[in-house]
Design a protein around this ligand. Structure first.
Ligand code: 4AD
Ligand code: MG
Length: 500
């Protein structure tokens, strides 16, 4: 009987057959321990040398990592083992051999792993992350579906910029330039006038020339848009929606989060209401001693860790060169040294940047956009997501609604995830006046002809409306507690990275 590893608890005492791949193996002469993965989990399968296993015992000891195998045996409960079960093997069939699988249990550099991304996501860590991704995406769709939003698919080939012109990817469309969609927003705006509440969900493209931990050139964004809505209405939806995603991940992915070392308590602390700051208040916070102390404290703890790592590296270097060290000890030391050196490199880079970030925060000028380091500071000073509202119009997109009391600012918001994750949502009320929108198009030196259809919405029954865009990968990085966004998508596209 074929069985998935996730279902083993229903088969204790039965003999079943797993179909999977060899994840890891060790043996002690008379017993081989094969850790099998089948896409639903991992299970240790024990092959004991006996007349019954004679025909495949030697073969099982030589199996290469990632060999495809069918393993038959008796299921036993064993709390101590991975997944809580173990199989006493009575049959083994090799379906597809594998020799010299490039990604071994040893540490590898990031570049190597991502060049082998097609194999990399067989690794446990990637498996856990991408499972969370699948649920986040499912929750996104089901949240909007159950709340009365109609799905509207928006085009990928777009005739004009939806966000800034600096990040457009141009494509030759039968001799004419078109652009890869940066957003579906302008199109869902048209649709909300037909359906009331709508959303689009798909890949979006930005020619981001910076290699940061938060930027991809191809990422997934969900964009709801609501007719008869003002800024506060949109914020209320964003709050409820993000809360729902967090609850879903907590409900279905505790084990994944635990494996990833995510601090689960801090996700459990995400309750409504989220915090709200105006842009001006955020600027005050950046100037405050709170921001300064945070970075000063970072500098101290990071420098202390750097000293610690340098000592450990020196020590381990010596140990690995000493006489009489066994090969396995040497391998272990080499692996630890590689990890230490990577951490040291990261920390030295971070420490080098801290004075600059302090400077940026202390001298932040009203009127500038919040930079990545500013967002990090604000988001680290809050234990729940924080809405930052009412940015200066000059640094924001042309379509944002001018504030009625203060025409220097617009009715927009960014949502910053806590713990330093920063912006996961950008949204706003939209400019619904024809004349104001036309003025904005001119101010931003856009061609009104490109936006004639968009301007039409302001001619035929214009109403207050608004929406937002949530970046899927940044949300997953936050959920999983990852430093870098590149692990949250099966095949990341970044500057300098588009293979495989
Ligand atoms: O703030 P952004 O640029 O907003 C828009 O595109 C609006 N049209 C959305 C709307 O109102 N309908 O992008 C929205 C979100 C960001 O908060 C971020 O999470 C994500 O998209 N994002 C990126 N994620 C990964 N890599 C990039 N280069 C990203 N750029 C934006
Ligand atoms: Mg934004």
């Amino acid at each position: 009987m074929y069985c998935h590893i996730k279902d083993l608890s229903k088969h204790v005492g039965d003999t079943v057959t797993l179909r999977g791949w060899l994840y890891n193996r060790r043996d002690s002469g008379k017993i081989a321990f094969l850790v099998i993965r089948d896409g639903t989990g991992l299970c240790q399968c024990v092959v004991a040398k006996s007349p019954e296993t004679e025909s495949f015992f030697e073969q099982s000891r030589r199996l290469g990592q990632e060999s495809a195998v069918k393993v038959t045996g008796l299921v036993r409960a064993n709390e101590k083992q991975i997944g809580g079960h173990e199989i006493d093997v009575s049959g083994l069939e090799v379906v597809g051999e594998s020799t010299d699988f490039p990604i071994t249990p040893k540490p590898h550099g990031i570049d190597f792993l991502f060049k082998n991304r097609h194999l990399h996501f067989r690794s446990r860590r990637q498996w856990h992350i991408l499972r969370v991704r699948a649920s986040v995406i499912d929750e996104i769709r089901s949240y909007f579906n159950r709340n009365g939003f109609t799905l509207i698919d928006t085009p990928i080939f777009a005739p004009a910029a939806g966000e800034g012109a600096q990040t457009l990817f141009e494509v030759d469309y039968f001799g004419e330039p078109v652009y890869m969609a940066q957003t579906g927003q302008l199109y869902v705006e048209t649709a909300c006038m037909a359906f009331g509440k709508v959303y689009c969900f798909g890949p979006t493209f930005r020619a981001e020339k910076s290699k940061t931990r938060r930027h991809l050139t191809e990422f997934w964004m969900v964009e709801p848009e609501i007719a008869y809505a003002e800024l506060d209405d949109v914020i209320a939806v964003a709050e409820d929606f993000v809360h729902a995603i967090v609850q879903r991940v907590l409900k279905d992915h505790r084990e994944d989060l635990e494996f990833l070392g995510r601090d689960i308590a801090s996700l459990e602390a995400i309750q409504k209401p989220f915090y709200r700051l105006t842009y001006s208040e955020a600027a005050d916070l950046l100037h405050s001693s709170k921001a300064k102390d945070l970075l000063q404290n970072d500098l101290e703890t990071k420098n202390a860790r750097i000293d610690e790592l340098k000592k450990a590296i020196e020590e381990k270097d010596k140990q690995s060169e000493a006489q009489g060290v066994k090969q396995w000890q040497k391998d272990k030391l080499v692996a630890e040294l590689a990890e230490h050196r990577e951490e040291l490199g990261d920390l030295e880079e971070e420490v080098k940047n801290i004075p600059h970030h302090m400077d940026l925060a202390a001298n932040f000028q009203w009127g500038k956009d919040l930079g990545g380091s500013d967002e990090t500071i604000i988001s680290r000073l809050h234990d729940r997501p924080t809405f930052v509202t009412h940015y200066p119009r000059d640094v924001k997109a042309f379509y944002m609604k001018k504030n009625e009391q203060d025409d220097r600012i617009c009715n927009n918001f960014d949502l910053l995830a806590p713990q330093g994750y920063g912006e996961i949502i950008g949204g706003s009320q939209r400019e619904d006046s024809y004349d104001e929108l036309m003025a904005q198009i001119n101010r931003h030196e856009l061609d009104p002809a490109d936006y004639a259809w968009y301007l039409d919405l302001r001619k035929y029954g214009s109403v207050p409306h608004g929406g937002f865009g949530l970046g899927v990968e940044r949300t997953i990085a936050w959920m999983c507690g990852l430093k870098h966004i590149r692990e949250t998508i099966p095949f990341p596209r970044m500057m300098g990275r588009f293979y495989p």
